[in-house]
Design a protein around this ligand. Structure first.
Ligand SMILES: [Zn+2]
Length: 744
């Protein structure tokens, strides 16, 4: 998986101005790297150059071919075989402590799926993807038919209603037209606007529908976008977007072990109590199978923005078309396997940089996830080669191949839950790569404290275009913002996307463990997501024919890991973090005031000119606490820069500082979680049920509901976390000042 957004850039309107002006850490010469003394930066550059020279396009392609050779859905024999293959490779490459961890989880596999139209004419849906000329893999007999992970089992024959994108406002509109979906089957399209299919399923379930059919409209990822497979990257007539409908926005992972690991023998809750298991039947459709249904519907003509790309008039339906849906799922317990390996740190083995990619794919997983898996294999080969030659990172680099990501972020969640205490003690950061490559446009995500180091690192890598990755990133970001009509210009300081929702394996590390996270991927036109056409052929013709972006992913992923592993002082920037949090708070006030028609002039203003108050919620104490955190962050940046430029840092002192800064992210966790979703503990980052990012989730949701009591409590929790982190940063800073001669 990985968040499917329409092809536009998600806004990140960071203002890093203060940082850019004050911080000497931002100089970009080769011997200056955030967090390194000049001599260790020079040494680091040598290591990185050696590392970057190892990954090769030919090896990326060879690995990609191995992983995409057969369908390898979670729980399948092939996916388990690939787990053993990875473990064997890692041992050969020189990784240490390679283990395969087993989790016994609630299974969700199709026994049979069936759909027919029984009136006004008979049509039996083929639920299959037909071969295309030139792609031998599409003839593979083990390609699954259409199915949705975590669908309920059942059988119904009922009228069909077209409910557009299946979001709550779509049902409101149907109600106004006198159309009730209770007991009926709803047909919805995937996007426009985008929402996670599990949210569509939950919405249909709440509306009382008997089943939901989700189809890919050609307006979204098919011929209306451009040439389709085999002539272009967009989805052909028969492509089916499989996917899970798990309510993992409530709690991800195995639904029967919410908050603890489903190791063999673990306690399990009854299925009826599992909030992430849907109670509705769901089935994904190609437009080939949806077209006869849409073409036969009666009822009012659907509004203009509900019309799709097929050459027919879309109607709302509700009477004439009747469909018969039958789904039988196998929910027996099954094992998922996480492969874990590491390069032990030479000096600080108990400080961990964790890297991960999921292995399971809906079918072949050309882009999702095998492009990332191939990049991971080249990354581990390069790290292993360095280690064998005696170049070992100072800190430990842990690498994991996750399982069952596509079902509910399951493998990473269970692993994160199993090792949460150890991770909270030892982990520096988590770097996720899900879909490494569907095209040339880089998208980098980071919690704001790591955004500057991500941007800095992009300057030291070469894009296949010949520019630096940094230049290529800025250009594609500028283009994407222009296309999305986002007025804010791209700057060095807002390149990285700091709005982190859910939808991939970083979730447990950020939202449950409290680790800083980064996410990397190159994107392009990609209309075959979660279909069988997402395969080796697609990658070699459209996504990354030369495997240069795969190679660049391995290089970038590894260099980021090495910088975090080798830094003298971990390159966290808390002044930037504060600026980011201030923006989140101001947006909350702005949106709310806009919604309530409140005049900004009458409200208090802070220094960025934004509204300060949300009657009846006073955010000034929070904004004051942010100011304090920012000031503390700036002082620490300055002391760190001074200490680093002095040339040496006492290792004991460095350890104290680093151990302290590693705890900042943990302190954004509220042990009680956000209201209604106790598993999600981070108070700055969360996701909506649609998977869209949601900043300050507990506070934002309370404000939206105008639940001022809860909002007040959530604002106070945020303020206390800010105060506590300000104190920690100040304490660390006073250590640095006292102990560094240059600071006297
Ligand atoms: Zn994925």
């Amino acid at each position: 998986m990985s968040l499917r957004r329409p092809m536009l850039f998600s806004t990140s309107t960071l203002c890093f101005l203060t940082l850019a002006l004050h911080s000497p850490l931002r100089t970009q010469a080769q011997t200056s790297i955030l967090g390194f003394t000049p001599s260790s930066a020079a040494h680091e550059t040598e290591i990185e150059n050696k590392f970057k020279s190892i990954p090769s396009p030919d090896e990326e392609r060879r690995q990609h071919h191995i992983f995409t050779a057969e369908p390898h859905v979670a729980g399948s024999a092939r996916n388990n075989e690939l787990a053993r293959y990875i473990a064997d490779q890692w041992r050969t490459e020189g990784l240490e402590d390679v283990v395969i961890r087993r989790y016994d989880v609630y299974g969700s596999n199709p026994k049979s799926t069936f759909l027919e139209m029984t009136a006004p004419v008979h049509y039996r849906a083929i639920l299959r993807e037909l071969p295309v000329p030139g792609d031998p893999d599409m003839k593979n007999k083990s390609i699954s038919s259409a199915w949705s992970g975590m669908s309920a089992s059942g059988e119904v024959t009922a009228p069909l209603v077209y409910a557009h994108s299946g979001n709550p406002e779509d049902y409101d509109f149907l109600r106004k037209q006198g159309i009730d979906v209770k007991g009926k089957v709803v047909l919805v399209r995937y996007s426009n606007p985008y929402s996670y299919r599990g949210f569509k399923a939950l919405t249909a379930e709440r509306e009382g529908a008997a089943a939901i059919l989700i189809y890919s409209d050609p307006a979204e990822d098919g011929f209306k976008k451009g040439k389709v497979v085999p002539s272009g990257p967009w989805g052909p007539e028969y492509h089916i977007q499989r996917g899970a409908i798990t309510y993992d926005f409530m709690v991800p992972g195995d639904p029967l072990t919410p908050g603890w690991a489903s190791v063999p023998g673990a306690k399990r809750i009854p299925v009826e109590e599992a909030v992430s298991i849907p109670k509705i039947m769901a089935l994904p459709l190609s437009w080939h199978d949806a077209k006869p249904l849409l073409a036969n519907m009666d009822g009012p003509v659907a509004p203009d923005d509900w019309q799709g790309g097929l050459p027919i008039k879309y109607h709302l339906g509700g009477n004439r078309v009747r469909v018969h849906v039958k789904i039988e799922m196998d929910n027996s317990t099954q094992p998922y396997y996480v492969v874990e390996g590491r390069i032990r740190g030479a000096q600080l083995p108990d400080e961990w940089i964790v890297l991960g990619n999921h292995r399971d794919a809906w079918v072949f997983g050309g882009v999702d996830p095998s492009s990332g898996t191939a990049s991971m294999m080249e990354l581990t080969r390069a790290l292993g080669k360095l280690a064998k030659a005696g170049t070992r990172p100072r800190r430990t680099i842990v690498v994991c191949s996750w399982d069952g990501e596509e079902v509910g972020l399951t493998g990473s969640t269970e692993w994160g839950e199993q090792f949460a205490d150890e991770l909270r003690h030892k982990a520096v950061a988590y770097i996720n790569v899900d879909e490494a490559t569907s095209g040339p446009n880089f998208h980098g995500q980071a919690v704001a404290s790591l955004a500057p180091m991500l941007v800095e690192t992009s300057r030291s890598l070469k894009d296949p275009s010949g520019k630096t990755l940094y230049e290529a990133w800025r250009e594609s970001a500028t283009r994407e913002r222009r296309e999305a009509k986002q007025p804010e210009p791209v700057t060095d300081l807002n390149l990285a996307d700091t709005r982190i929702g859910s939808g991939s394996d970083h979730t447990v590390f950020l939202n449950f463990v409290g680790m800083p996270v980064l996410g990397l991927g190159f994107e392009g036109p990609y209309g075959v997501y979660h279909s069988a056409y997402d395969d080796f052929f697609w990658m070699n013709h459209f996504g990354d024919p030369g495997y240069h972006y795969h190679t660049l992913t391995s290089q970038l992923w590894g260099v980021l890991a090495l910088r975090l592993a080798n830094a003298d002082l971990l390159p966290f920037d808390f002044a930037t973090y504060a600026t980011n949090i201030r923006q989140f708070v101001n947006e909350l006030a702005k949106d709310k005031n806009k919604e309530k028609g409140l005049d900004k002039e009458k409200l208090g203003q802070d220094k960025t000119g934004e509204a300060r108050q949300l009657p009846p919620l006073d955010l000034k104490p929070v904004l004051d606490a942010i100011d304090d955190f920012e000031a503390a962050g700036k002082r620490l940046d300055e002391s760190a820069a001074r200490a680093l430029s002095s040339g040496t840092i006492d290792p004991i002192l460095a350890k104290t500082i680093n151990r302290g800064t590693m705890q900042i992210e943990r302190k954004w966790l509220n042990p009680d979680g956000i209201p209604g979703r106790p598993w999600f503990k981070h108070i700055l980052y969360g996701a909506r049920y649609t998977y869209a990012h949601l900043e300050l989730p507990g506070l934002a949701e309370a404000v939206e509901k105008q639940d001022w009591l809860t909002a007040k409590q959530q604002a106070e929790i945020l303020r206390q976390a800010l105060i506590s982190n300000t104190k920690l940063v100040n304490d660390l800073n006073s250590n640095l000042i006292v102990d560094t001669p240059a600071g006297k």
